[in-house]
Design a protein around this ligand. Structure first.
Ligand SMILES: [Fe+2]
Length: 189
């Protein structure tokens, strides 16, 4: 822990998330903390948090709670890099520290009874998040989206706080109407 601002953020996020068992209340309580953390990013983001990879967007771990109840990553998006269509199975709070991060939503049309097939998704709207912006999401129903940076824009860097260690998530094949759980890699801090 190299920054008082980061340590304070982790302490407050931990206590607030424990006080808010409902995910929607939790992100309401944590979003203002992320807004302030963006302003302090220069005090704790180090060169390893800006690692990138030409093969795809890069997740650089900043903090992972010992009890797996919270995790914080710096994600670096080079031009043209996107996630697959996915959900997180967790609440999340995202803040943008550099560039413009784009989020394209999907709306689930078929009820979720736990099956990984027969899933109908419709494309929804898009959100453009500049430096300083904060967005959040809750699970149940799953928040399904792709996030990234179009090829014609510059690199983006964003902070992602989740309500669990985010080492796997669900990805969707929209045409095949399927979903599967995959492991997602990150760089250690
Ligand atoms: Fe996501």
């Amino acid at each position: 822990m190299t920054s008082l601002a980061l340590a304070a953020f982790i302490a407050q996020a931990t206590s607030r998330s424990r006080l808010q068992p409902d995910a929607a209340d939790c992100v309401l309580a944590l979003a203002p903390l992320m807004l302030d953390l963006i302003d302090q990013a220069g005090s704790f983001l180090e060169p390893q948090h800006y690692r990138s990879n030409a093969a795809g967007y890069t997740r650089n771990l900043i903090f992972d709670a010992p009890d797996a109840s919270l995790s914080l990553y710096a994600i670096v998006w080079l031009p043209g890099q996107w996630t697959p269509v996915h959900d997180h199975g967790s609440w999340g709070v995202v803040g943008v520290v550099e560039g413009v991060l784009e989020e394209r939503s999907y709306v689930r049309l078929s009820p979720d009874r736990g099956a990984n097939a027969g899933i109908d998704l419709a494309r929804g709207g898009t959100v453009l998040l500049r430096h300083g912006a904060v967005t959040s999401f809750v699970p149940n129903p799953a928040h399904i989206h792709v996030t990234g940076v179009p090829a014609e824009r510059s690199r983006a860097v964003s902070l992602h706080l989740y309500g669990r260690t985010m080492s796997n998530f669900n990805i969707y094949d929209v045409a095949a109407r399927t979903r599967q759980r995959i492991e997602v890699v990150h760089n250690e801090s």
